[in-house]
Design a protein around this ligand. Structure first.
Ligand code: SF4
Length: 477
């Protein structure tokens, strides 16, 4: 399919809509041409059978009313593609913006729910159920954030970029702990330097949440974890900390000793992620752990006193059907975790699955929207409330990821990062710090290098990056 745009600057606005309506394997459209005029946009679509469809819309001024201009153009494109394909998209023309962030901002401005509903429907063409869940979640987020002084606080993110093996769909900075075995100790030392420096960075702010992610933090040995968590507790004031979370993640990295270390240092939320409870799918996606290891890790966590456990699953995994997801959910019900995060498979450019996608052609998941429905029904029937939602590029069927939790067991860091409500000081390889300024609605980002070996070699530079930025901010204020 050929896409001809008179102004390439709009490429990122139109691509996700076109891709969602016309997946590579089934498109019957040969050409889409869009002419971006100052007060009108013209669209011409040719289908393989030779027919052609054209239409135009009047638009607001693209310079002074940029967002309204884009929305008018996207609505026209959406309507034409919807007519041709006889399909609708659950999130309408909402691309490049988090639905709950949009709703949250409108609620903050004092807009009533009816008006928000109308705006989401008429301006963004969102479906009724997606509007309803966005409003529900934004309200819950607001309630939770209002219970903490998030504007005067900050969160700490610490990355451990090692995993037992690399999952086929992974696009995070993740390195095989076996292949990088001789790097782990050096990485930890460099990280400890950054942790020490970071403890002095924001003296006027209170620490709100701490999150260890990656990668898989529990690839570290119990001794290394003990050292790392002990250092964090020694250097940071935990008086106002509302959540200390560790993404244990891979069941094959979890041991009783490690779980005890987490408990010893006050970790109050962990994640143990099966992704699926189907053994054959686990094998296919390169997770290299078994279902019995999931059970074992979960029961060990309970025995060691962990009472806030989240489990992640992915829907749309290769070869799975709704029955597989129903089975996974049944197994999870037995374990009864406090949280359940349901991701829809998104194949990102950096994932191994993207490079090897031809090998999995015949294994496309069937009826992914039904799988998502099943997870929503499961959540509702078992007392899980949705509390955060986000979307990514290239998600199967243009769906979403939803975090659920039993009341009071929500992952606060997830809300803070997704809604960009708080400064996150992010340490370690691949970590991206975000400095949030509520008064001027500004977010500055400072990243670290991704590769752990580069991180070790350039740790002084990583620290200097943050220090220079913070110094400059202080000088300007
Ligand atoms: S466990 Fe997570 S971070 Fe590690 S390889 Fe799999 S998807 Fe990537």
């Amino acid at each position: 399919m050929e896409i001809l745009l008179s102004d390439k600057a709009y490429e990122n606005d139109v691509r996700p809509i076109i891709n969602a309506f016309c997946p590579e394997e089934e498109t019957r459209i040969s050409t889409i041409s869009i002419d971006f005029g100052r007060d009108k946009v013209y669209i011409d679509i040719k289908v393989n059978s030779g027919e052609s469809y054209n239409s135009f819309t009047s638009t607001p001024d693209p310079i002074n009313e940029k967002a309204a201009y884009k929305n008018a153009m996207k609505r026209l494109l959406y309507s034409m593609l919807s007519d041709i394909s006889k399909k609708e998209l659950p999130w309408g023309i909402l691309t490049g913006i988090r639905p709950t962030k949009l709703v949250y901002e409108l609620l903050e401005k004092g807009m009533d729910e009816e008006e928000i509903y109308r705006r989401m429907e008429e301006e963004y063409y969102c479906s009724k159920d997606r509007i309803a869940i966005s409003i529900l979640i934004a309200n819950r987020e607001m309630q939770l954030l209002n219970e903490m002084d998030y504007k005067n606080g900050y969160s700490l993110y610490i990355a451990i970029p090692f995993c037992p093996s690399t999952c086929l769909y992974c696009s995070f900075p993740s390195y095989s702990v076996e292949r990088y075995a001789d790097t782990v100790e050096g990485y930890l030392k460099a990280l400890e330097n950054e942790i020490r420096y970071a403890s002095t960075c924001l003296p006027d702010k209170k620490l709100s949440t701490v999150y260890l992610g990656g990668g898989t933090p529990t690839t570290l040995s119990a001794k290394q974890l003990d050292r790392l968590l002990g250092l964090i507790r020694q250097l940071y004031d935990f008086t106002y900390v509302k959540e200390f979370c560790v993404e244990a993640g891979r069941p094959d990295s979890i041991t009783k000793d490690k779980l005890m270390v987490l408990k010893k240092w006050g970790v109050d939320r962990i994640s143990i992620n099966p992704q699926t409870m189907q053994e054959r799918t686990l094998e296919l996606i390169g997770r290299k752990h078994t279902i019995s290891q999931v059970y074992e890790a979960f029961h060990m966590a309970r025995e060691t006193g962990h009472d806030n456990i989240n489990m992640d699953i992915i829907i749309g995994l290769m070869g799975e059907r709704p029955e597989d997801v129903a089975y996974t959910l049944d197994m999870i019900k037995e374990l009864d975790p406090e949280g359940l995060t349901v991701h829809t498979l998104a194949i990102k450019r950096a994932a191994r699955l993207n490079a090897e996608k031809d090998n999995y052609k015949g294994l496309k998941a069937e009826k992914v929207p039904r799988m998502l429905e099943l997870s929503k029904e499961f959540a509702k029937a078992n007392g899980y409330l949705p509390y955060y939602l986000y979307r990514q590029k290239n998600m199967a069927d243009n769906l979403e990821n939803i975090g659920y939790a039993k009341y009071g067991k929500e992952g606060l860091y997830n809300i803070l990062i997704m809604e960009e409500k708080q400064t996150i000081l992010a340490l370690g390889a691949g970590a991206l710090s975000k400095f949030v300024y509520h008064d001027r609605k500004q977010i500055d980002r400072i990243d670290n290098v991704k590769n752990p070996k580069d991180y070790i070699n350039r740790i002084d530079e990583m620290i200097k990056r943050k220090n220079d930025y913070l110094q400059e901010r202080r000088d300007n204020n």
